[in-house]
Design a protein around this ligand. Structure first.
Ligand SMILES: NC(=O)c1ccc[n+]([C@@H]2O[C@H](COP(=O)([O-])OP(=O)(O)OC[C@H]3O[C@@H](n4cnc5c(N)ncnc54)[C@H](OP(=O)(O)O)[C@@H]3O)[C@@H](O)[C@H]2O)c1
Length: 379
């Protein structure tokens, strides 16, 4: 018998989500009965035998670190899935700022040359020998390791993917998997946002920022967002920011003090890094949480202990991979995200689509702050 796939979620507000297809049926239980709601995905078709494939596909390859021009569109051989693996034909690929860090060499990729990308949704084309629980034709999503989603097809460990509910379009899923599961762990596990909290979110109109603002608002927080332009401010307002600060026009620390009548915020979600880090510390109230989860503007300077001791602050530098380290954590995170999309709590913004072959242009636009919401690459 194939093993059932299970999403478990601890979200406080979840609506039902159902699906029937040739391979899955999904069930969301009522969270009010003191049981965690379960989103269960049960394969109903027999797993296909491993296909003997010797597969040439188009993919982006990087031979040396540098600007967007180092992203090359090439033919690559990807072989066939081995034990525990699946071959996935990608339908949509999420672009993330982490792809820029790897391209530039800020983070080290596993090898050079490499195929970038850490998020995709696609259809299972073949399964490795003896694998149960996944079947050819399943629509699956992954976010995180292994790197290599900028490709028409890729081989993935079966344990790294989750089934995509039929109610969620594959392109939508690719736009929210990594960013949405990041929002989930940041707001629900890293610092647990509760009604009455005041939160500061930088890059509030970005891919991750947009989801963070909507979700923090739904959790009952007062949301303050920072952005760089008026257009981005309008989007951040729509996404649930109660106050939006346009950083180039206003001193965000002074505005946060004004908005909070001098007391400061409970938590800052800072993905900008170098340009905002010190200001973010200044915005926190006594015993506040500094969650530094990215560095779009560059790495922040080292932090002397005295800088956090002055207000008994908490400082953390979390990553999605470590918060989704186990399969249970992955399923909880994805399940809560999909349930909140189904409930209308999270609305996606796919503001930019590029052909995968044009990934260089997508990188250039993301880095130059021209994008808002999510960017997807289409093979
Ligand atoms: N630790 C984790 O687990 C994790 C997971 C996902 C993402 N992240 C981080 O979250 C951040 C956002 O990722 P994303 O993919 O959603 O990107 P994004 O927010 O859509 O794009 C980055 C945004 O950062 C702002 N920014 C400020 N200074 C910048 C600069 N010097 N250069 C470029 N952008 C600048 C820009 O917004 P404004 O123009 O409005 O300032 C820009 O639109 C990244 O730092 C990423 O590494 C971390």
């Amino acid at each position: 018998m194939p093993m059932p796939l299970t999403f478990r979620t601890t979200a406080p507000i979840l609506l039902g989500l159902s699906r029937t297809s040739s391979s899955y049926s999904l069930l969301l239980l009522n969270p009010k009965k003191n049981k965690p709601p379960i989103l269960r995905a049960v394969p109903t078709s027999a797993p296909a035998a491993a296909a003997a494939v010797s597969n040439m596909v188009k993919a982006i390859r990087v031979y040396q670190h540098g600007g967007p021009e180092v992203l090359k569109w090439e033919d690559v051989e990807i072989g066939e899935p081995k034990e525990g693996e699946i071959l996935v034909k990608n339908q949509a690929i999420g672009l993330n700022f982490i792809d820029v860090y790897f391209r530039k060499g800020v983070y080290k990729p596993p090898s050079l040359p490499y195929t970038p990308g850490m998020e995709a949704v696609g259809v299972v084309k073949a399964v490795g020998p003896g694998l149960t629980g996944r079947a050819v034709g399943d629509v699956v999503a992954y976010a995180g390791n292994p790197m290599g989603s900028y490709a028409e097809e890729q081989i993935l460990p079966a344990d790294n993917v989750v089934p995509v509910p039929s109610s969620v379009d594959p392109v939508v899923a690719a736009s929210v998997m990594l960013k949405g599961m990041t929002a989930q762990y940041l707001l629900r596990r890293c610092f647990k946002v509760e009604p009455g909290h005041v939160v500061l979110i930088h890059a509030a109109a970005g891919g991750t920022g947009s989801l963070l603002c909507q979700w923090a608002n739904a959790l009952g927080a007062t949301v303050i967002g920072t952005v760089s332009t008026k257009d981005k401010a309008a989007q951040a307002k729509e996404d649930g920011c109660h106050h939006v600060i346009i950083c180039k026009d206003e001193d965000f620390v002074a505005r946060v003090k004004e908005i909070t009548s001098g007391s400061g915020v409970h938590v800052v979600y800072d993905s900008v890094g170098k340009d905002t880090f010190q200001g973010s510390l200044d915005c926190l109230r006594v015993r506040g949480y500094m969650v530094s989860f990215g560095q779009s503007s560059g790495l922040p300077e080292p932090v002397p202990l005295a800088a956090i001791g002055v207000k008994s602050l908490f400082l953390t530098r979390p990553t999605l991979m470590q918060y989704n380290a186990t399969r249970d954590e992955l399923l909880e995170s994805a399940g809560e995200l999909f349930a909140n999309i189904a409930a209308g709590i999270i609305k996606f913004r796919i503001n930019h689509k590029y052909p995968l072959s044009d990934a260089a242009q997508a990188h250039a636009d993301l880095e130059s702050r021209k994008t808002t919401g999510s960017v997807v690459l289409l093979p």
